[in-house]
Design a protein around this ligand. Sequence first.
Ligand code: FCB
Length: 425
Amino acid sequence: MDKKISDKFLWGAATSSHQVEGQNYFNDWWSWEQALKVPDQSLLACDHYNRFREDFRIVKQLGHNSHRLSLEWSRLEPKENKWDENAWSHYREVLSTLNSLGIEPFLTLNHFTLPKWLADKGGWNYLQISNYFENFAKKAVEKLGNLVTYWLTLNEPMVLAILSYLVGIWPPGKTSVANMTKAIELQMEAHVKAYRVMHKTANNIHHKKIYVGIAKNVAKMDPCTDGFIKNILPTFWRHHFYNHFFIWSLKHGCIFFPGLFFKILPLRGSLDFIGLNYYRRFHIKYAGLTLKKMLGDDCLCLEHRIGGKRTDLWWESYAQGLYDLIKEFSRYHLPIIITENGIATDDDNQRIEFIKEHLDAVAKARADGFLVKGYFYWSLMDNFEWADGFQPHFGLVKIDYASLQRMIRQSAYFYSDYIKKIGLD
Ligand code: FCB
């Protein structure tokens, strides 16, 4: 295993295609929005599809040496097996622009949205989906592999499985445990197949080494009180199922969770690094024995919300949790990249405080010898925040949605100064 992955520390911000590009007519989210299942429609979003050059000039100006972004599969394969060469050229241009500015692209294959034709077959419940994903992954490396060294296959597979297939507030709006567990299993299978074919393709066609990982959402989980049965046990369960199970299974080549899953995967160790998306802390209590209760909001004790630091989405900002999770995930002996960390707020001083506290947590983890190799703030700019629409503002850059004008916030300069101070090594 290559523990080094990069000589330099990767500093940047993240985006995802559907949240910033605009006019992604051919994916499942577009249809969901058109059916008014969420309050806002993404429409033009930030028009990043046309304004990426301007946005990357800002990235450069802010001194980032890397940038996380995603491909929009529905643009590349708008109909089954019909690939759009113009869309491939577009992403070639996007990635070449980053490279020519000296900004290392960090590319996600699939950030939540699916082509509509694939969603119509059943999406992450369709038994053949991993073959389609493998094919997409292979094509992506064939076409773009010379421009990209760092890849993420999937973004937050557990979040997707829970919100789309158990809670049902994201497309396709399914609400059963069976749908959720199938979605988890098929994403694992898809990741493993993609990992294998991506390395093979990069090696055969581009004669280069690439690094492939996954962006895993993790949250700090603390019990509401010290009651063992009512608080500590449910917290332990949720922590292991939500935070660890996906990564553990890929690392060991076997999908294993007591009472729920056992299946051998075709490959062990299909991760070159672990991407962690960290936002917040939960306080957990017992709410019932069904998976819906154990994973849903019923087991959160909301009275704890009163004390902690709250963001505009009522998430609790808790920087110590980032340190704790880095420490814990170090047990997999893989490099760690913070692939997302950010705050929704209209108070930019609160954003500065959030960034400072979380960067301090990363610095402490590095000083303590944990192998963290990159940090991406979520997000470069305000954008379409899924079921929450355009209201939450996560951006280092403010977007005026009427004029689409970009305005750099003070917090962006704060982050930029921090990078300069710490340096890029
Ligand atoms: C993460 C998602 C990202 C964005 C942030 C706020 O869960 O990966 O797309 O929505 O949350």
